[in-house]
Design a protein around this ligand. Sequence first.
Ligand SMILES: O=C(O)CCC(=O)C(=O)O
Ligand SMILES: [Fe+2]
Length: 323
Amino acid sequence: MTTFHSPQLPLIDVQALRRGNAAERQAVAARLGRACETHGFFYITGHGIDPALVDAVFGASRAFFDLPEASKTALDKRHSPCNRGYEPLRAQTLEAGAPPDLKESFYIGAEVPADDPRVLAGRFNTGPNQWPAELPDFAPVAQAYYEAAYALGADLVRGMALSLRLPEDFFEAYLQDAAATLRLLHYPTQPAQPAPGEKGCGAHTDFGGLTLLLQDALGGLQVWDRQHQGWIDAPPVPGSFVVNIGDLFARWTNDRYVSTLHRVINRSGQRRYSVPFFFTGNPLHEVRCIPTCLAPGEAPRYPVTTVEEHQRACYRRTYVAAA
Ligand SMILES: O=C(O)CCC(=O)C(=O)O
Ligand SMILES: [Fe+2]
């Protein structure tokens, strides 16, 4: 397999999705649509998220992963019925058949009290967070960032509706009470002698609707390029997010929008930090092929599912014991 080095992913200024008139929003949407048909991955600028908030999230992440091992494991996500909290190195295997991922992580979601009817009904990934008591700034920063990323994610999903020539509010039921996951990731440096296939994050597609990714300055993210049948680098672009669509858009569009394989190999020699925000949607929302995405005579490639059923299946696949 070859690695290509030119920066090939589209870069889209999405400011007009929030501020523009109908024609300007449609123009951004058209660019989103083209990017989703080719790579399923693109960079965005003009997203409106305060750079100070981005810095604060990275600061909170570093502070957390620097805590003593005992403080981190006290918040192990195994203590959380809704998969919140700390996950040690090598706990997830995103690439079937490869060794477990060389990353540790921390999962955060919307704060839902344990006695909320949705929690009592067993909604997937819904419930209270676990917070590090040693770091008083951690929870407020994470929550402020969650809110900002959520709003951006919803704007992008509306843009995706336009890109498919659907009404802008086509996904509104999906956006109602959407479940999203903020994940802090920390990658140690790639070992000098890795086990065969061992790396920061194995090749995978993302599970949900779309992912907004912040990465630090070190690089290491690679995206599968269908056209060249090789990995291309997705180097850090200051001030931007990397956005990719996940499996739900592949299902909605019958693979017209591609949920693309990607992986991380941290060859920087330093610790790498990244912050994906997985915009997943309302857990009970039914996901079925959008009729206008079916060419005449074409059949849906995926059975109807719900957001939650799909998530559970993805967690089962990548964790030894989950969901
Ligand atoms: O760390 C990265 O750059 C990507 C992480 C990723 O793909 C994921 O968490 O799904
Ligand atoms: Fe991913």
